[in-house]
Design a protein around this ligand. Structure first.
Ligand SMILES: C[S@@+](CC[C@H](N)C(=O)[O-])C[C@H]1O[C@@H](n2cnc3c(N)ncnc32)[C@H](O)[C@@H]1O
Length: 276
């Protein structure tokens, strides 16, 4: 696995992973070939501060990939990867970007400059968020998900599975009322220990969040791409819903984690040899 950092891994006919910088890999993918992109880019928040985890003060630092390079360079990076994503999306394709106030305004401004059509901003509310240690700020308990269509032209209809959102089973979400329209505030706890069985990633998203994104905005057989794969959550949700998946991750350790997690997800979905 040591060479994973620079390779293409064909996990199955429905799942391809790339090790490397998404700015190098996205230009190699065919233009207008992707239905939906979910991107959870660096937050640019690893500034040596402290937060609270399990009642203890811990560093906020996620890794060198999350350090800020200054506002202008961070903005240029967001411009580059979002532009590269726009090229590979189909005209009716949509891009989800997940982030916090450290990066989400820059990403939103890029979407406007590149003439995406902004469809929604979702507030992902974390009912189990960690308390604020300094007691000098509100406790950060949400992240924002921007959802935008490549084409600003309304002739290009994006997928929105309205009925699945209205009538699906969301009993773990304390805000979603059965049979009522899905609103733009989603209450979903951070990932449980069982979702980290293959190893830990400092910013792993809950599977419930990605299951909802995939169920809302894609159809079976669609191609879903994640340029900042991390632990592979988007892939687990996409493959679980019979979609195809492409993931890109720069850090070989996280690529290995995603590889193990997705191989396991594929094994669980494969029909047993004894099945009639
Ligand atoms: C916020 S995390 C994604 C977490 C993921 N959504 C999950 O559920 O595990 C961002 C990931 O992007 C990776 N990364 C950062 N810059 C990258 C780049 N230029 N190309 C590809 N991956 C990158 C980091 O190593 C990190 O694992």
């Amino acid at each position: 696995m040591s060479a994973l950092g620079s390779m293409r891994i064909q996990l199955s006919d429905r799942c391809t992973l790339y090790g490397g910088n998404c700015l190098d890999i996205l230009p190699r993918l065919p233009e207008s070939s992707i239905d939906v992109i979910f991107a959870d880019p660096p937050y640019n928040l690893s500034n040596d501060g402290f937060t609270c985890q399990g009642g203890k003060a811990v560093s906020v630092n996620k890794g060198s990939w999350d350090r800020s390079d200054g506002i202008e360079r961070d903005f240029a990076f967001h411009m580059d990867w979002i532009k590269a994503c726009k090229r590979v999306l189909k005209p009716q394709g949509t891009l989800w970007i997940s982030g916090t106030y450290h990066n989400i305004y820059a990403c939103g401004y890029v979407l406007q400059l590149l003439e995406f059509r902004l469809l929604n901003d979702i507030c992902w509310y974390k009912p189990n968020a960690s308390p604020n240690l300094s007691c000098r700020f509100f406790t950060a308990s949400h992240e924002t998900l921007l959802w935008a269509r490549k084409s600003s032209n309304n002739r290009h209809k994006h997928v929105f599975n309205y009925e699945a959102m209205k009538n699906g089973d969301f009993h773990r979400d304390q805000l979603k009322l059965p049979g009522r329209q899905m609103r733009s505030v989603w209450a979903i706890p951070t990932p449980s220990a069982s979702e980290k069985a293959h190893g830990k990633h400092p910013t792993q998203k809950p599977l419930d969040l990605l299951d909802r994104v995939i169920a809302a905005s894609t159809r079976p057989g669609d191609v879903v791409l994640d340029p900042f794969l991390g632990s592979g959550t988007t892939g687990v949700a996409a493959l679980g819903g019979d979609r195809r998946f492409i993931g890109i991750e720069a850090d070989p350790t996280y690529l290995q984690l995603a590889h193990a997690r997705l191989a396991d997800a594929l094994r669980r979905r494969a029909p047993s040899p004894d099945a009639g």
